[in-house]
Design a protein around this ligand. Structure first.
Ligand code: PEP
Length: 252
C-alpha cells in the first residue's frame, strides 16, 4: 500500500441537480476529516460539474465526470469532450462503467475514450467486472483479463500510472450484495498481475486498483484492508455526506 495512493471516488450516476449538488458539497465540507487523508473524488452528472467545482475549490476533494466522448470535438450532438471536462475543472473521468456498457458501449469505445481522456490530461477510472452468470460458470479471471487488455490497448508504459482501474462485479452494483473481501481481493490481485505482465512490476506496484459494488460505511473497512484494494468506487453511499465521509475515514 505504501507504494500507491488510496482513492475514494463517488459515482453519483443520474442523481442530484446542480442545486442539490451545492447543498451536498456544503454539508460534505463540514464533515471532512482534517489533516492528510486519502485522495477523494466525486464523479457527478455533467451539469453538476460547475457547482461541484465551485463548492470544492481549495479542498482536497477532486471532481470528475461519469463519461466522455472518444472524439476531441465535432458533430456529436449531446456529447461532451474530454477537453471540456478539463476546462470545467474535472480531474477524473469514469470510463466503461457497466451501466454504460449495458447501453451499448463496447471495449473498443472504452479504449478510444481512454486515449482521448489521457491526451486531455484526465485521470481515467476504467471499470471492469463480470456478471453473476460469468462468476458462476468460472470465467471471471478470463473475462477480466480480456476487458483490461482491450481497455488498455495501445497505452504506452509511461502513461499507465495515470490510470485507475475499478473492479466492479456487476452482480454487486446497486444490489446491496457486496463481494466478500476475499472475492474482491482475488480479482484485484489478478488485475495487478495482468498489469505486471504487460507494464512491469514497478508500474503494477504503483497502480491504484479500486473495488466497487455496494461498498458502504459498514463494509468498507474490511474491503479496504485487503492488500490489493487501494480504494473504492462508491455509488449509493456517495449520495449521503455522512456515509461517504465514514468510508473516507476507513480508508486512512
Ligand atoms: C457504481 O455504480 O460504481 C457502484 C459501485 O454502485 P453502488 O455502490 O451503488 O453499488
Amino acid at each position: 500500500r505504501k507504494y500507491r495512493k488510496t482513492l475514494i471516488a463517488g459515482n453519483w450516476k443520474m442523481n442530484k441537480t446542480p442545486t442539490q449538488t451545492k447543498a451536498f458539497m456544503t454539508e460534505l465540507k463540514g464533515l471532512l476529516p482534517k489533516g492528510r487523508w486519502c485522495d477523494i473524488a466525486l464523479c457527478v452528472p455533467a451539469v453538476c460539474i460547475p457547482a461541484a467545482v465551485r463548492a470544492m475549490r481549495e479542498t482536497r476533494v477532486a471532481i470528475g465526470a461519469e463519461n466522455c466522448n472518444a472524439h476531441t470535438s465535432g458533430a456529436y450532438t449531446g456529447e461532451i469532450a474530454a477537453d471540456m471536462l478539463v476546462d470545467a475543472g474535472c480531474k477524473y473521468v469514469i470510463l466503461g462503467h457497466s451501466e454504460r456498457r449495458a447501453m451499448g458501449e463496447t471495449d473498443a469505445d472504452v479504449n478510444a475514450k481512454l486515449h482521448t481522456a489521457l491526451d486531455a490530461g484526465l485521470i481515467p477510472i476504467v471499470c471492469c467486472g463480470e456478471t453473476l452468470a460469468q462468476r458462476e460458470s468460472g470465467v471471471t479471471e478470463e473475462w477480466i483479463t480480456m476487458q483490461i487488455k482491450l481497455a488498455l490497448a495501445g497505452v504506452p508504459e509511461e502513461k499507465i500510472r495515470r490510470i485507475v482501474i475499478a473492479y466492479e462485479p456487476i452482480w454487486a452494483i446497486g444490489t446491496g450484495e457486496t463481494a466478500t473481501p476475499e472475492q474482491a481481493e482475488e480479482v484485484c490481485q489478478h488485475i495487478r498481475t495482468i498489469i505486471r505482465k504487460r507494464f512491469g512490476s514497478k508500474n503494477a506496484r504503483a497502480m491504484t486498483i479500486l473495488y466497487g459494488g455496494s461498498m458502504n460505511e459498514k463494509n468498507a473497512f474490511e474491503l479496504l484492508a485487503q492488500p490489493d484494494i487501494d480504494g473504492g468506487l462508491i455509488g449509493g453511499a456517495s449520495l449521503v455526506p455522512e456515509k461517504f465521509v465514514r468510508i473516507i475515514e476507513d480508508a486512512n
